[in-house]
Every structure is written in C-alpha cells, then in structure tokens.
Design a protein around this ligand. Sequence first.
Ligand code: PHE
Length: 383
Amino acid sequence: MNKFIKFGIACALLCIIFVSLGCSKGAKEIRIGAIFPMTGGSATFGKSSKEGMEIAVEEFNEKGGINIGGKNFLIKPIYDDSAGQPEQAANAARKQIDQNKVIAIVGEVMSKNSLAIAPICQSKGIVMVSSASTNPEVTKKGDYIFRVCFLDSFQGVVGARYAYNTLKVKKAAILYDNANDYNKGLASFFSDEFKRLGGRIVADEAFTDEEKTVDFKAQLTTIKSAKPDFLYLPNYYAASALIMKQAKEIGLNVPTGGGDGWDSPQLVKIGGQSVEGGFFSNHFSKDDPRPEVQNFVKKYIAKYGAEPDALASLAYDAAFVLLSAIEKAGSIKGENIRDTLKSIQINGVTGKISFDQDRNPIKSAVILQIKNGKQQYVTTVNP
Ligand code: PHE
C-alpha cells in the first residue's frame, strides 16, 4: 500500500470514529429551545432569563439527565436571541423546531414575542412554556401553550388597588406604548379597576414603540395639565425610567407605579433620583424567606455574583416545570409532555405552580418599591 492510501484509510477511520461519537452524543441529549430578548431595549430580561434557566438545566444534568425508555439523556439548551422583536422570535422558533429538533421551547419573555411564537409551536405540536409573558391572550393560542407567571388581568388590579387603597390617590394618569400587547393590556386592566374603585383616569396618553421613543415631553405636558395625583407607567424599564425623568424635568412631581416590566437594574441606572419611591407589581422578591427562594438566591449569587431578579427566577421555574414534566412523562413526544404538564405540581421559586384548564398558574404578586436606589419588598397580594 502506498503511504497516500494508508493515510487515506487512516483519515477515513478517524472520520467514522468522530461521526459515530458525534451521533451517539447527539442521541444521548434532549434539546430544549429557549428564546429570550438578549439584545435590544429589553436585553436585561434575556440575560437574566438565560442565567436562571441554566441553573435548572444544570440541576437536571448533575443528576445524570432525564431517563427515557431506560436511557439517560442530558439536557442541551439551544438559546436564541429575539432582540425583542416578534419577527425574529418567530424565526428563531421555526429554526429551533425544524433544524435544531428541539422537543419543547421555554420563552418568550415579552408578550408580543410569545404571541408570535405560540401559533408556530401549537401548529407543530411543540410545547411552549413562557416564563414571563403576562398578556392573557398568550395561552389562548392553543393547548400546547403554558406559562408560569400570573396574568396582567391580575397585576393590573393589584396595581390599581395599591394606588387607590394604600397610596390613596384618586386621579391617575397613564402613559404607555400602544404598539405593545403587554403595555396596552396592562394599561386597560389598571384603568378598569381604578375606575371601578371610584378613582378617575384624568389622562390616558400613549406613544408608539418604546424601543424607538426617547422624548415623552409632549404627552407629559398634556398629562401635567390634567393635574393627576398619580402616574401609572405599564411599560418596560427603559421607557418607564425615561418618562419618570422627563416628568420631573417638566415639574410633574407625583407618585409613580408600574408593572413587572420595571424589573431591571437599568431602571435605577437610567432614571436615577426620579424613580425613587416608585412602586411596581412583580413575581418575586429575593427577601422572601421560603427555602425555595433562599436556596435559589444563594446558588445564583455563587454562580453569577449578583442577586436574581424576577426574570431569572421565572425562567428557572419555566425550565424546571418543563423538565420535570418530560421526566415524569418519560417521553419526548409533544402530546405526552403537554398532558403531563396539565397535572404537574411544583414548589417553584416564584411560588407554587400548577396549571388551571387554561394552562395558567394561579399565583400571588408582590409589591416592590424603589428606595435608596434599591428594590424594597412592600407586601404580597394573593389572588
Ligand atoms: N410581563 C412582561 C410581558 O409580558 C415581561 C416581563 C416579565 C418583564 C417579568 C419583566 C419581568 O411582556
């Protein structure tokens, strides 16, 4: 044999070994898709979510993965960035299902993105567990669509009652992004409850696309002339912080409030002094003494050197619930995972999680307030 042929045979053998190793490795893993906003105006949501989900994946992999039909499979998450855009989120979902062959998807965070992904998952028989999308319409997209967070119909009411009953404000103004399902929905749930309690909405102002809007002074001037005693801002953190800053700049000095979209270290970084005293409804407080919370906080700090926020905790819970259902079902088939999820019960970081017939959990909310630049726990509100 000449040495070229020998070399050729050796190469071929090596290739076969690599390919078969690759295959057996491929066969021993279960791929789970995860779609989060990792870049764009809400990028801290994606960073936290990925970090939280990683911990759940590690917990399952550390005990050897999930046993299916007598074989152990490690969990391999496939993360994709939605950039906070529904189109990009939908493309990621199609790619993950068709090319990466994920057996289920965790995500999205932002309701508008979950609304774009859900019909794709539903039509392909792939379970989707949204970690943080609170708009009521999300899980209505079909019976493969679940979420582990409460709904805006609840947090809007929680916010309105806290403002009216505890802060004792009577004339609220609202300013929100009217091109975003989350913001629009939360604005209307807040407003309905505030009026039902006897309050008045003296200004109802909007803008379009918080990713692009940086100047809110025109709307704030209209709001100021309506003389509100409270300003409700159901937007994500960047817009909410800028609005509070500009409100102070034009001399509109009233208490402020918002929803879970405020939960980011960036709120205080962008808003500074002007966000002081603001309250918001949220899914989780790191000060909750429940052992599930304190264990998670400890683990998270050890791994990332920072405290977890609601997004991290919700993504941990979403991944944990999903992986538990796959384990319990002992199957990677979409319909089996779906049916097992329906009856699962978990003591999550963000509370007890089990699903009602609409695949939503029933959970409490917490009220947090910004004091000295930090989130402070105020109270828990049960459904
Ligand atoms: N609830 C928001 C939405 O549906 C997302 C979010 C959840 C943001 C939790 C921050 C914290 O779009």
